[in-house]
Write a new protein. Structure first.
Length: 274
């Protein structure tokens, strides 16, 4: 596994994604907005300019900013394949300070762009805004260009809420029970954790990706009695998540997790985690 150059050590090494933002890609979210001080919402990354050289962003690169207390905010996104988090302070209407947080740690196809994005999105940045764009400039004149255009259809594995929509066994796919539709949801976070709902009970677990394998640690769950379709779906997911390394694949907005015995589930990208 490979560490992105010039990034702070990951809080937990996880999620070797192929994703969008998925297969190395990104997903939905509130379109970018530029209210008063600073900016918020979900933005596509258009390009980076560093040392006079412009790098076109992969369609999966994104940045989402969620306002916090006062002039503080939380940021998360995708460098193009690896997910990341950061703390943001809007020092004024025209400047912000970015402190990088956790990130995933995979070898990705467009590593030059990933490392450049990580290198530029830190420290004090000047903010220039127009109707549908935000330009972030470093003190030495390098640039990150963001756009509020809708994100690309592909979705990243990290920072995306996945909703289980079908079960596969013996090569045959079937929908989840009708009374459990939309009730099994989970998210893989940049800090190496997974959380969500199994169909009835909520769960938390460690999660790690290596190559095309995703492994869940022991699940910690609430303890409600679950009957009918939600209970059936929960038992299926609990067995699958606890069965050892799963093969994962993202195609467009669909994630497939397959166990060693061939059992699998598919999940749709519901929304980007804000």
């Amino acid at each position: 596994m490979r560490t992105l150059p010039l990034l702070p050590a990951a809080l937990v090494t996880v999620l070797a994604l192929s994703a969008t933002a998925t297969a190395c890609g990104d997903g939905g979210g509130t379109p970018g907005t530029s209210p008063g001080r600073g900016f918020s919402g979900s933005w596509s990354v258009e390009s980076l300019t560093e040392g006079g050289r412009t790098l076109t962003a992969p369609t999966t690169a994104r940045l989402a900013v969620e306002p916090g207390k006062g002039h503080e905010a939380k940021a998360d996104g995708n460098y193009g394949c690896n997910g990341f988090t950061a703390a943001v302070v809007f020092d004024s209407a025209a400047t912000m300070t970015v402190t990088p947080g956790a990130h995933t740690d995979m070898a990705c196809p467009d590593l030059p762009f990933e490392t450049a994005f990580a290198r530029l999105f830190r420290g004090v940045l000047t903010i220039e805004r127009s109707q549908d764009r935000v330009t972030l400039k470093t003190p030495d004149g390098n640039v990150i260009t963001l756009s509020s255009k809708p994100p690309a259809p592909a979705t990243p594995l990290v920072a995306t809420q996945w909703t289980v929509d079908s079960l596969i066994q013996g090569g045959t796919a079937s929908s989840v029970p009708a009374d459990a539709e939309g009730r099994a949801r989970f998210t893989l976070a940049a800090d190496g954790t997974a959380s969500g709902t199994l169909g009835c009970n909520r769960f938390n677990a460690k999660a790690a990706v290596e190559g095309d394998r995703l492994t869940f640690g022991p699940l910690t769950t609430t303890r409600m009695a679950c009957e009918g379709g939600p209970g059936e779906l929960e038992r299926t997911l609990t067995e699958l998540f606890g069965s050892g390394p799963l093969t994962w694949k993202v195609t467009g907005d669909t994630l497939t997790l397959t166990g060693a015995d061939g059992r699998a589930v598919t999940a749709k990208a519901a929304s980007a985690v804000e």
